[in-house]
Design a protein around this ligand. Sequence first.
Ligand code: CP3
Length: 349
Amino acid sequence: MSGQTKPILRAIKGEPTAHPPFWLMRQAGRYLPEYRTLREKAGSFLKLCMTPELATEVTLQPIRRFGMDAAILFSDIPLVPHALGLDLAYQDGEGPKLSPVQDRAGLTQLRPSIDLDQLRPVYDAIRLVKTELASDKALIGFAGAPWTLATYVVEGGSSRTFPTVRRWTKEDPDGFAQLIDRLTDAIAAHLIEQIEAGVDLVQIFDSWAGAIADVDLDRWIVQPTRRIIETVKARFPDVPIIGFPKGIGLATTIFVAGTGVDVLSIDPTMQLDFAANMLQPTVALQGNLDPDTLVVGGLAMEQATRAILDSLGGGRFIFNLGHGVLPPTPPQHVADLAEIIRSWSPPRQ
Ligand code: CP3
């Protein structure tokens, strides 16, 4: 067979593409009127995730409108701790709420291993999306990283300061390691199941990696992520894995070397010079437009987008935001962004 036809997979390998491929984290969601309509009809966010026909429809909505090079499965990261036995609920506008596990004794609330049957609708949604997605578009599966999931499990939901989980790592690191180990096994199993159902690549979201002290980075971020990647690669050596250790700055070099990710997703604080000179020679990059710039649009967005493309577009690169699309984003700005990316050509040397 000749080379890969999906531009995202080509770009990861360093093969030429007509323009830098792109997709956007959180490209499905509340900024799209068609999402809000379906979300209202479904009644609950969980029902949207757990009904394959609805999850498929929401997954495809942004592709129909903007023609991104990849769809990302519509789902959510707390479904993994939910399938480990923790109650999960969504309150409007507040994000996920989990029954918290805050110490070693609390670990008894978790099943010994993940109940993959509970997540069957997720895998069915993948099969359904694959029947509808054009052959040049990739489908991305995902999971939260162990540390980021642990922040939700321990704090019982979203947090800005992570007081309880940070204290647990210091007071009883070996007990906390048991939580991380359970999550690590569950995430690997969930990713493998998504790949078996048909996703072309996967992303591991470590959205709160920046909340960890540098001395603890290896134990709670790098090693667990490495173990997931080894487990997945043992089954599917050719499926690319994107890592997104948001907010760790220069330690991204340690993350890349220690985990073996195929693609590093960089956040908006990452300097483009550093990314181009110190990171891109060793790993494919993805990122990193500031989501606020997409809300603003216009010339500011055009200049920021071109700066990213001029720095990184000549190497192994997938254009993306540095974090998820924000709900106040005007859909027209996403259409404008797509046009800027598609019409970009490398600056003359
Ligand atoms: O389009 C996509 O990217 C695919 C779907 C997706 C969702 N969540 C849908 C969602 C993905 C990849 C996620 C990942 C996710 N979920 C992360 C990692 C990425 C990141 O943003 O840092 C995190 C930390 C979560 C946890 C989560 N889920 C939070 C904090 C919230 C509330 C904040 C918010 O944006 O509403 C959710 C809910 C959620 N997940 C929504 C969507 C579309 C909104 C639900 C609604 O309709 O009200």
